[in-house]
Design a protein around this ligand. Sequence first.
Ligand code: ZN
Length: 213
Amino acid sequence: MSSSQNPEPQPSAESSIGKLCLVEYPHPALFRKSKPLLRIDGGVRDAVEQMFDIMYESHGVGLAANQVALPYRMFVVNVTGDPDSGEELAFLNPILTRPRGTAIQEEGCLSLPGLRADVRRPQRVVVEAWSVDGQPIRIDLDGFLARVVQHEFDHLDGRLFTDRLPDAAGLEVKRDLELLEDIYHGKQSRGELPPEDIIMAELDRLEDQRCKS
Ligand code: ZN
């Protein structure tokens, strides 16, 4: 199942990742198509741990690397949203196949605070990926787990659930998105967020570190 989209990441020498933070719309990492990880080092394992912590603190059930400004194809899920129950799943270099059926359910996103909308997606899908320990994963998903995995997978391609809404619902969220843009640019102008060129340079650096052979 190793392919150009789903390469097996190789163990690598330790390299740190720093402290990660949740980023909100319209942070550029959210629109960037992530690259497959070619190396798993201490930084990747640390990132997965921090992503679970951030997800639980934010009362989420899934979190993609883009949402913590990492340009890697990986995400974490625990459908209970509870660190003391459910199963913690981390997917590296995932691919989705065999979409079947259709389901409509309301979704939200930690990077789009306050927004919720009904999203149509396949009811079932197969995910193939690698665990953080380098073990192959293949799960035939159904129901809520299938939905969460597809939502997180979209993030890796720079897509948000608001990109999947029918026109009328899309118009309804437009004002909310503009409000988030105003908040974001306000923070940037006050120096609470780095300027775009600094953010992009950091994403490029992280990508070079673990996605180049
Ligand atoms: Zn999301």
